[in-house]
Design a protein around this ligand. Structure first.
Ligand code: B1M
Length: 240
């Protein structure tokens, strides 16, 4: 058998023939290789096998992206490859979106969410938006690279209960304070609940920028946001 034939044979397998553990491992590899179609197929297979959307998200997609992140940090993967991985991840998230957000609850609040100026990472922000939709929020996603003016325009237009800011870079996270300081200056800080999140942040940072709460992940955001909106409507101080 030629080398080409051996390689062909190795690649000729159906994802559906793998058991759950093998499939998840294969999905980590496919995410690493930026194979969107395979990620979409793997996501669908796990759902057909009665995996919850949450479990598929965390064990297959988020864990796969974590592995990508490690090799990106170590200089093994570069921006174009990571972009392909991100694109493949989004393919899986599109399938999970309706499942994560099918709460059927009537909107309990509105949220404007966006990634801060200088930062184009949007996967985590998109997840937070989806999970909050699932928790019954109406979401206005203003995308990436948002200036103070962009946030203010969206606040004015949508009159949300919550302003959510995301940052993935240590160089862009201080911009959250620029936005909050400007809200204070304009006298509108107390009109909104401010939530912040992103991998390099922590609670202390959240307090330092003047946010009402820092959320470690999308699930925590979906937990904290309704509580804060309810507390605010009851007239209770919201600082977490
Ligand atoms: Co970038 N990148 N990246 N990147 N990237 C990181 C963040 C990095 C940690 C990689 C590394 O070195 N290990 C590193 C930052 C280092 C640092 O600041 N200390 C880094 C770097 C350096 C860069 C560039 C500067 C690289 C370069 O150009 N040389 C560049 C910057 C571009 C820019 O923004 N100006 C860059 C570019 C990119 C890509 C474009 C290639 C791509 C982004 C594609 C996209 O988003 N559409 C990318 C990616 C994919 C990553 C990693 C690998 C994965 C991020 C991700 O999507 N994680 C990342 C490494 C890593 O984080 N492990 C990395 C999965 C996601 C589900 O998690 O976003 O953390 P996360 O979101 C979580 C929580 O943080 C939280 O909930 C989410 C879900 O549970 N959360 C919130 C997030 N926002 C929230 C908001 C909330 C509440 C919770 O309330 C409002």
């Amino acid at each position: 058998m030629t080398t080409n034939e051996t390689m062909q044979q190795e690649e000729d397998f159906e994802l559906s023939e793998l058991d759950d553990a093998e499939l998840v491992e294969q999905m980590h590899e496919d995410l690493y290789d930026g194979l969107k179609e395979e990620i979409v197929e793997g996501t669908s297979i796990l759902l057909e096998r009665k995996w919850s959307a949450d479990k598929v998200l965390n064990e297959a997609l988020v864990e796969g992206m974590r592995i990508v992140g490690v090799d990106f940090r170590d200089g093994i993967l570069f921006v174009p490859e990571v972009l392909l991985a991100a694109n493949a991840m989004k393919g899986g998230m599109e399938i999970l979106r309706p499942l994560l957000s099918e709460s059927g609850i009537k909107p309990i609040g509105k949220m404007v969410i966006g990634t801060v100026k200088g930062d184009i990472h949007d996967i985590g922000k998109n997840l937070v938006g989806m999970m909050l939709e699932g928790a019954g929020f109406e979401i206005f996603d203003i995308g990436i690279n948002n200036s103070v003016e962009d946030y203010f325009e969206a606040l004015e237009k949508h009159q949300p209960d919550i302003l959510g800011m995301s940052a993935l870079l240590t160089t862009t996270m201080p911009y959250m304070k620029v936005v909050v300081d400007e809200m204070v200056k304009q006298g509108i800080r107390d009109d909104y609940i401010v939530l912040v999140g992103g991998a390099p942040l922590n609670e202390e940072f959240g307090r330092a920028v003047g946010a009402d709460a820092y959320c470690r992940d999308a699930a925590q955001a979906a937990d904290v946001a309704p509580q804060m909106v309810r507390a605010r409507r009851r007239g209770v101080a919201v600082n977490a």
